[in-house]
Write a protein that binds this ligand. Sequence first.
Ligand code: NAD
Length: 468
Amino acid sequence: MSQQTHTFLESVERTFDQAAELVGISEDLRHKIKVVNSTYTVRFGVRLRNRLYTFTGYRSVHSEHMEPVKGGIRYSPHADQDEVEALAALMTYKCALVEAPFGGSKGALVIDPAEWEPHELERITRRFTQELAKRSLISQSQNVPAPDMGTGEREMAWIADEYKRLNPSELNPWACVTGKPANKGGIRGRVEATGRGVQYALNECFRHPEDIKYAGMEGSLAGKRIVVQGLGNVGYHAAKFLSEEDDALIIGVLERDGAIYNEKGIDIEALHSHIMEHGGVHGFADFTDDVNGVLESDCDILIPAAMEGVITESNAPRIKAKLIIEAANGPITFTADQVLRDRGVLIIPDLYANAGGVTVSYFEWVKNIGHIRFGRLQRREHERQTKMMVQAIEEMVGKPFPVEILDQLVEGPTELALVRSGLDDVMREGYQQISKKWRSDDRIPDLRIAAMMIALERIADSYHSLGI
Ligand code: NAD
């Protein structure tokens, strides 16, 4: 096995090559799909703190086989072109896999958001938006960003507002970006979506006993010991829902400044509040400096939810988790992936595992284009029909309907309930497809290659229907 170290983009491309070989698409088309179509680097100045600061931003478009192209914008001091291009490529494959009708894109601003005040970040974000808009790198029909590491609802609201100012006569300006707050054209359930999707993905995996057996486990998620790396948007929501709703035990949490480890389970709400107040996990009960020890601790499930390249060929042999679900993009390098695969660790790949974000972004975009909230037309009609049915049942059986379930039954679906339902459906179907594909052919080594193969088949089909 090669011990060569790959960049993030090379890791994605090696997976692509393996999958393309098995799918059997022509060399020409393979090359066309693989290459990044364009990457813009923008440098712009903002006058702040009595001097002029120059910022560097990127927007990479990997594939326009479907438009608009879609992908988050991250704020990180470590962002670079290789990272943005790898993330843009992953977006192409992710959208194809979960049938979100988008091409792949990604953006980044090289910045540490913690170093700037909110009003300064707002000015920087608005200037970045102007740079993107000038080059048509943001638009509801061509390129739709979303939140990623270091960005959230607040930044998306600034971006949407700036875009709206630049394009006052457009009919659907809010659709230029997703992940906005609900009162600024957003959709309920978007903030939690990626973590919620991780929960739904794990639940579906546990409905596949043969996959769970492969990982050396049995039973349900209840009582399974989980370690989470990164308690940001994705990690926090995944840990919260898995512990509160599925009775899993979060025994370890790793953050930038240290880790928390408790075999009896960590109170995720209390830890999250501590992080919000103190900016890190330091000072919380069961704190330890030994982050590697927690990452490599004996657990059932590991959820890397921070950043790429954290599991490499150096630490992969010491990882004890039986199942790793990639909530972050690219947390396992190509070589580490092979080490873990050879050891029989079941890996649920990023391509699928964190697709909850783009799935609910898709719902938000449709809502913005449609100018109507999901459930608006049906809810009261559902209520009326259900009440009639309840009345008929009561008349037939001569007994009143149990009150404890009456309200829930009669109330029509809210936007949040519909979003969760749609997301659950996408995540269930996605897992069923990749697991089936994996089991369909001995040459398919794991879920990652299976997921990439399904994505490639769909992208290749979209080219074939154009006669290419
Ligand atoms: P975030 O900025 O909200 O959270 C990241 C968390 O990881 C932070 O708490 C940070 O302190 C922590 N962290 C950073 N470096 C770390 C390290 N070396 N060790 C331990 N902890 C570390 O970001 P997010 O939106 O939750 O994104 C996390 C990952 O999920 C990224 O890879 C992102 O691309 C991916 N992702 C996010 C979304 C989304 O909807 N936000 C969607 C799909 C994929």
